[in-house]
Design a protein around this ligand. Structure first.
Ligand SMILES: NC(=O)C1=CN([C@@H]2O[C@H](COP(=O)(O)OP(=O)(O)OC[C@H]3O[C@@H](n4cnc5c(N)ncnc54)[C@H](OP(=O)(O)O)[C@@H]3O)[C@@H](O)[C@H]2O)C=CC1
Ligand SMILES: O=C(O)C(=O)Cc1ccc(O)cc1
Length: 417
């Protein structure tokens, strides 16, 4: 009964299912009070009591504790029940189920690709039929159909490979922006370079991530076997491009960026309008747009496209497993690469304008720092890195969440048309 568990419990019980739930034992009383008015939700003191009474059990706990929690309660699972998990990375979750669940229990996992405060209707919901009869799989699908999400059928390994890209690398880019602003003691909405247009997307999404729980981001990056390589490549792309900028290697920089753009966007048929429009984006600012906004070389975006290109990833292939955040991030890169004059200008600024070298240096350090942290599997460093920057930005979270929600709603609604 963390954030995702509560969201599921509310929606499933609204659809008429009886839900048994628990959190850590010390939260028993407060949870009982919180759900007192819901006749269809029964709160139990612990997972043993939930497991023995339920036909379908969803573990919605921190990814890093999945083994420990399943080892505790798994043996208490009701005979012939179905068990699944909601963690963002499936390799450790499936390993824990195989290790600790009785053999007569079927395993069907799921993953809602959105946060607890997003309307699940139309968002991707991954369903993983790992060890289950068709009848039990259908049962899970029937129960979860009340979320109104779009069902996506994947194996656990395929899920992890795709979400390493749609989630882990996307987060790495925004986490690095936040760290760089923090390192320079900048609130970006106060600086001309960062106000207006796609800069608003960068700021709003960065603050959105830093306003959430660190363990969600740490878990899906550190525990995903595919994420390390992708995050490492992102940091490498940032470093390579920054060095080309520093050294003034214009032709090489231009060649690399244009080739990356061709490999990522070359096969797109641009029938639709641009996902993001300046006049729409300008509405979602935390600061006041200056008369003449300062130019930006968009190192974070150029590196994203370079990273996809180096890894042979076509992000559009991953839309089935995309989160709202990923779709916006892809929209921002599209914005830059579909406007040749803007891209040329960005390359010119990258070489000629040295006024932001220190910002870009901090961004490069930050990207490498996150990559090291994930590569070393270091949860404690991750938490410290995350929470120190969270503290730096926290005063603006309420406003940023409001503006960010409006922005996401407007842009994502536009993309549905
Ligand atoms: N937040 C998001 O946007 C999304 C998250 N997810 C995934 O869903 C899972 C849950 O995330 P979220 O709900 O955000 O995180 P929360 O921290 O809100 O929820 C996890 C809950 O599990 C509880 N818990 C831990 N150990 C036990 C135990 N032994 N018995 C009972 N309860 C226990 C935690 O208690 P305590 O805090 O006391 O440890 C906490 O309340 C994660 O794996 C995350 O990756 C998936 C999609 C979206
Ligand atoms: O959209 C994102 O990437 C988020 O930040 C929210 C989120 C976090 C974890 C998930 O497993 C799914 C969605």
């Amino acid at each position: 009964m963390g954030d995702m568990g509560k969201m599921y419990a509310r929606r499933l019980s609204d659809a008429g299912w009886r839900v048994n739930a628990c959190d850590q034992e010390e939260k028993y009383e407060s949870l009982r009070q919180e759900f007192a008015d819901r006749k269809k939700i029964t709160i139990f003191p612990n997972g043993h009591l939930v497991s023995r009474a339920s036909d379908y059990i969803i573990y919605s706990v921190e990814a890093a504790s999945i083994d420990k929690v399943v080892s505790q309660y798994g043996p208490s699972t009701k005979q012939n029940a179905i068990v699944g998990g909601q963690t963002s990375c499936k390799a450790p979750e499936i390993a824990a189920f195989e290790k600790h669940l009785p053999e007569d229990v079927d395993i069907v996992s799921c993953h809602s690709l959105h946060g607890p405060n997003v309307d699940p209707r139309g968002q991707p919901l991954v369903l993983i039929k790992h060890r289950a009869s068709q009848e039990n799989f259908d049962k899970v699908e029937h129960v979860l159909s009340c979320l109104g999400s779009t069902h996506v059928y994947l194996s656990a390994a395929k899920h992890d490979r795709i979400t390493a890209d749609t989630q882990a690398v996307t987060h790495a880019a925004f986490l690095s922006m936040g760290k760089a602003w923090h390192a320079n003691a900048q609130f970006p909405w106060e600086i001309a370079r960062y106000v207006g247009g796609i800069e608003n997307v960068k700021i709003n999404l960065t603050l959105r991530i830093y306003s959430q729980k660190w363990h969600v981001y740490a878990g899906l990056a550190i525990l995903n076997p595919y994420a390390k390589e992708q995050i490492r490549q992102y940091a490498q792309s940032v470093t390579d491009l920054y060095k080309l900028m520093l050294g003034g290697h214009r032709a090489e920089l231009e060649d690399r960026i244009k080739k990356a753009g061709a490999s990522v966007f070359g096969t797109q048929k641009w029938e639709d309008d641009l996902l993001l429009q300046d006049d729409v984006l300008d509405r979602f600012s935390l600061g006041k747009k200056p008369e003449t906004p300062l130019p930006n070389n968009h190192l974070s975006l150029l590196a994203m496209v370079d990273c996809w290109s180096q890894l042979g990833i076509v992000p559009y292939d991953h839309m089935i497993c995309s989160t709202p955040l990923f779709r916006l991030w892809l929209g921002v890169t599209e914005y830059l690469f579909r406007k040749p004059a803007l891209l040329d200008d960005v390359i010119r600024i990258a070489i000629e304008d040295i006024s932001f070298r220190s910002d870009d240096l901090e961004f490069t350090f930050a990207a490498r720092g996150w990559s090291d942290c994930v590569t070393f599997g270091d949860f404690e460093s991750y938490r410290d890195r995350f929470q120190s920057t969270q503290k730096f930005f926290e005063k603006r979270f309420p406003e940023a969440t409001k503006v960010g929600n409006e922005m996401m709603k407007t842009i994502l609604e536009n993309t549905k048309k």
